[in-house]
Design a binder for this molecule. Structure first.
Ligand code: SF4
Length: 498
């Protein structure tokens, strides 16, 4: 049986579908970000049903697809107007329609997507479904995608008709029918054979990141053409198909830009690259007391709070380390109550905690500044105080991205998750791997669903893990700053003796 999602997998890459059907043991487990996407998809699908109320849902039963198909057919015959998750199967194909509604001119098929626009694979997915349903004898007069309208702002009760956009894709789907038939035939014959020989390529990330990545990419070393800074995806694969994998190979086929050259040179010498002028210029800007600041944010497809937009990044936590001129370090933090809008209490505490003078240092400051501007717009009563913080920001990524310091273990990335372990290897306190929550995506999705958790102890444990994660982000900044000061002093001393 070929389901709709398997068909999309097959269009993306024959090997991916073949492995899915025959070697599911090689699949990578979904990470926290993917889990969050699935969850947001379920929530959106559920809420979109309110656009067509009073429908009857076909209960999912993985051990009895036939029963689901029979129930669907029974409801259609009984004259039910709206069926959720209607199931169909014919000629080895299977699909479930999110919403099947009897409209003025016949049955209408609605697929719900948590995205904010119609994507190419949504059309393919709907076209597959239409072909199958039509072949069972049911006439469909309209096919549409229901997706999130990202211009919506919640004002009072949620208004499904404003939150969702219904895009009529009937013409596109009809135009795709011949292609779908051909693809189904090709996929069917492929599945009868041995594992197809497919090399890695841009299709690995097409529609979504393939979950056989660890299996197919295991011949690519940690340091390879794929880590070269600012080299586009097509160019990387063009070089890879010429047999260029290692940095040594790269030099024979590609003229590297300045960062790439330093990347390759430091990899060969195993020594970091230092430009003390860049470091000095950065350090000169910083004023005590230094506020090392970091937000964690969450986003909901369906806004939970007043004045919230779909997928708006809402800060719910921050960590702040304050380094005084005399060397004292203070730590302050905030983690919102998961049951209510975090923004007002966060703003109040943040304005109280950040010192009135001195620099505010963030790593990749555009994120923090963007969130502060957003808060200022939504909460005009705090606007002046919030916007006054912005000129005090200094970006700690600058001396790294500006090549003041490049360590070969950065491996072409200037994110704090690459910079920190390279500069503090084997440092227990500064190791994200020692934490339960190890990256921002996980913190975001865990907090976003924390209000649904009933177990108090488990909640407390998660809150402690969230605090530990965010705290490390700003402690890391303090230590990176001190390290840059040390490097500058060492360089000055060396220059004196030359
Ligand atoms: S990782 Fe790439 S090549 Fe391997 S199955 Fe997935 S899409 Fe195909």
């Amino acid at each position: 049986m070929l389901s709709k999602s398997q068909f999309i997998r097959g269009i993306k890459c024959h090997k991916s579908l073949w492995l899915y059907k025959n070697r599911a043991d090689l699949r990578d487990a979904p990470d926290a970000n993917q889990e969050a996407l699935f969850e947001s998809g379920y929530q959106t699908g559920d809420f979109a049903k309110s656009l067509f109320p009073n429908g009857i849902e076909i209960e999912f039963d993985s051990s009895n697809f036939q029963g689901m198909i029979e129930n669907t057919s029974k409801l259609i015959k009984e004259g039910i107007d709206t069926i959720y998750e209607a199931a169909f199967s014919k000629d080895g194909l299977f699909a479930m329609a999110d919403i099947l509604h009897r409209g003025e001119h016949g049955w209408e098929l609605y697929e719900v997507k948590a995205s904010t626009s119609v994507k190419e694979y949504h059309l393919l997915d709907a076209a597959f479904q239409y072909k199958l349903i039509k072949s069972t004898g049911l006439q469909i007069s309209k096919i549409a995608i229901i997706h999130i309208n990202n211009f919506y702002t919640r004002d009072g009760e949620l208004k499904p008709k404003e939150l969702f956009t219904i895009a009529d894709i009937t013409e596109d789907v009809l135009g795709l029918q011949d292609e779908i038939a051909l693809q189904i035939e090709m996929i069917g014959s492929m599945l009868l054979g041995d594992e197809p020989e497919v090399d890695i390529g841009e299709w690995c990330g097409k529609f979504y990141e393939c979950d056989f990545g660890s299996h197919c990419w295991n011949h690519i070393p940690t340091t390879s053409v794929f880590n070269l800074y600012k080299l586009g995806g097509p160019k990387k694969f063009e070089l890879y198909y010429k047999g260029v994998i290692s940095y040594e190979d790269v030099l024979k086929h590609h003229i590297p830009n300045r960062v790439q050259k330093i990347q390759i040179d430091t990899h060969q010498t195993k020594e970091p690259h230092v430009d003390s002028e860049v470091i000095e210029e950065f350090l000169r800007e910083i004023k005590y007391p230094i506020n090392f600041f970091d937000f964690e944010t969450m986003q909901d497809a369906i806004p939970r709070f007043q004045d919230q937009r779909p997928y708006q990044q809402i800060p719910f936590q921050y960590s702040l380390h304050i380094l005084h001129e005399d060397g004292r370090v203070e730590h302050r933090e905030f983690l919102a109550d998961e049951n209510s809008d975090p923004r007002t209490p966060l703003i109040e505490k943040m304005l109280e905690d950040i010192t009135t003078e001195g620099s505010i240092v963030a790593f990749n400051q555009s994120f923090e500044i963007g969130k502060i501007k957003d808060l200022a717009k939504t909460f005009p009563e705090f606007s002046d105080a919030l916007l006054n913080l912005i000129p005090r920001f200094i970006d700690l990524i600058v001396p790294f991205r500006g090549l003041g310091y490049y360590h070969p273990d950065f491996n072409g990335s200037f994110s704090i998750k690459s910079v920190l372990p390279a500069m503090f290897p084997n440092h227990q306190e500064l190791n994200y791997k020692n934490l339960v929550i190890q990256e921002g995506g996980a913190a975001s999705s865990i907090f976003a669903s924390l209000y649904l958790l009933k177990d108090k102890n488990q909640k407390e444990k998660i809150r402690t893990d969230l605090l530990a994660y965010c705290k490390l982000d700003t402690l890391a900044m303090v230590e990176l700053y001190k390290k840059l000061c040390e490097i500058k002093t060492e360089e000055m001393n060396n220059a004196r003796y030359v």
